[in-house]
Design a protein. Structure first.
Length: 376
């Protein structure tokens, strides 16, 4: 960035309203006759419009609020520049927050803060440039001018010892006793809502008789800073990233559900095929063939018994009668006996004299075919 791109703001001459209420970069320089306090290490300065550069920074929301109010009229608890300058002057730290003095946030006492504000307005000039790429330009300005009071993102060997000494001064612990001494009343109380000064500090007394420093009232009644112009973009970016993450999660859950569904269907198909193969091997319900039926087996057993009886039987001389009687006694089928009584056996048996006077032999298969075949 060129020097011609910047506009000057002189606190002792210009009004704070002349500084735009917009984001951008700024450079702070010493006036011609001004010098920084001596801390034992001499700093090296670079020039901007003929003046020594001591600090450069950014305003993310408002140059007017950040540069004019915070740096030139605020306190060291909210201004890095004021904190560094106060340490160069040897001011002692006090806790910034009275309700929580051990939170590590510090500032200078009200008297020192007022002296520091007066010195800055008298000896400093601020140059500002309105732009939206302030973070990028900040690094360029630090590298270009190497301000001795810029500690962050300043890695140059120039002023390295000076920055080291300044960091030690900034690392001092706050003086709690001094803060407590300041909190004690130093003047008589007056009527309600009256004000009085004690050691150049203005206090107000509320209706309950409690003293409240004017600086606290100023903080409570301070107007809020304007909304960050880039807030919408950041929120939209966060929303987009959040929706993207939700979409990825949704796709992941759908893929997982599909995998589980596919596994469940495969398990069912495998179970059905397993049951089918098991039924083919063992069978849950067996339909026996005719040869396996018990009644048919009983029938075959009876036939076998008859066969043994007939095969082992040799009719005597009165073969026909005795054969009929024996068959009646040994057979369980009345139908066969009735047919035998009617003389149907004569159609298939022939009796003749054997060596022992036997009439003849019985052809079992023929009688079985005849009597069991349904020929009545």
């Amino acid at each position: 960035m060129k020097a011609s791109d910047f506009t000057a703001y002189i606190p002792s001459v210009n009004s704070a309203s002349s500084v735009p209420d917009a984001c951008g970069n700024y450079i702070i320089v010493l006036k011609d006759s001004a010098k920084l306090p001596d801390i034992g290490v001499k700093p090296v300065f670079k020039k901007f419009n003929g003046n020594d550069v001591i600090y450069t920074g950014i305003a993310g929301t408002s140059l007017r609020s950040r540069d004019v109010r915070t740096h030139f009229c605020g306190n060291a608890g909210r201004s890095t520049l004021r904190k560094s300058l106060g340490c160069l002057f040897g001011y002692e730290f006090v806790p910034r927050d009275a309700k929580d003095p051990n939170n590590g946030k510090v500032k200078f006492c009200d008297e020192d803060e007022e002296k520091l504000s007066a010195w800055m307005k008298k000896n400093l000039i601020l140059y500002y440039n309105v732009n939206k790429e302030f973070e990028k330009h900040e690094l360029e300005l630090i590298e270009q001018y190497n301000p001795p009071l810029n500690l962050k993102d300043n890695n140059s060997d120039i002023n390295a010892k000076y920055r080291e000494q300044l960091s030690k001064l900034r690392a001092r612990k706050p003086n709690l006793k001094k803060q407590l001494a300041k909190a004690k009343p130093n003047a008589k109380k007056t009527t309600s809502n009256s004000s009085y000064k004690a050691k150049n500090v203005t206090y107000f007394t509320n209706p309950d008789g409690k003293r409240i420093p004017k600086s606290v009232i100023d903080i409570l009644t301070r107007k809020p800073e304007p909304i960050d112009p880039f807030l919408k973009e950041r929120l939209e970016k966060e929303r987009t990233e959040g929706l993207r993450e939700e979409k990825i999660d949704e796709i992941g859950w759908k893929v997982l559900g599909f995998i589980l569904l596919f596994g469940f269907i495969s398990w069912i198909i495998f179970g059905i095929s397993t049951c089918s193969s098991s039924n083919e091997g063992t069978g849950h319900r067996h339909y026996p063939s005719v040869e396996e039926r018990e009644d048919y087996q009983e029938y075959l057993r009876q036939v076998e018994e008859r066969k043994k009886t007939l095969d082992s039987y040799t009719p005597p001389a009165d073969g026909a009668e005795r054969f009929r009687r024996t068959l009646r006694e040994g057979s369980k089928e009345n139908r066969l006996i009735e047919k035998f009584d009617r003389g149907d056996y004569k159609d298939y048996y022939e009796y003749h004299d054997g060596p022992e006077g036997n009439i003849g032999d019985v052809d079992y298969h023929e009688i079985e075919d005849y009597f069991g075949g349904g020929r009545d």
